[in-house]
Ligand binder design. Sequence first.
Ligand SMILES: [Zn+2]
Ligand SMILES: [Zn+2]
Length: 135
Amino acid sequence: MSELVGSCLCGGVRFEVAEPFLMLSYCHCTNCKKLSGGGGTANGRARTAAIRVLEGEGLLRTYQPSEGTAKTFCSACGSNLFGGGWPESEQASVRLSAIDSPLDQKPELHNYVRSLASWEVLPDDGLERYELRRP
Ligand SMILES: [Zn+2]
Ligand SMILES: [Zn+2]
């Protein structure tokens, strides 16, 4: 598989992930709800060294919540792009919503299902579910 490319909503930020994701997962935590505008985030885990910002590095802003890891978004359009402490952590999360390439990998699990919203229903997809995150 060649590299994946991704972008934000306004197109100001473009990036690539140079190797297949290590793992895909959903996160239903309260932080991911706030930042995503939905039930949470869908994430691909990648080595930080494999993520390269191609355009718009100056548009990126990183927010460090009081709990959890740093989240990075486009300051022009608000698209959430990276989590998991990017770019300082060894591995980071890439929001699958930002990926433009066809993706042949599927999420393996749901994290933070204890934070499911009253308006949110987990799909009957047979995936593993974790109250917090997979240990
Ligand atoms: Zn943008
Ligand atoms: Zn989360």
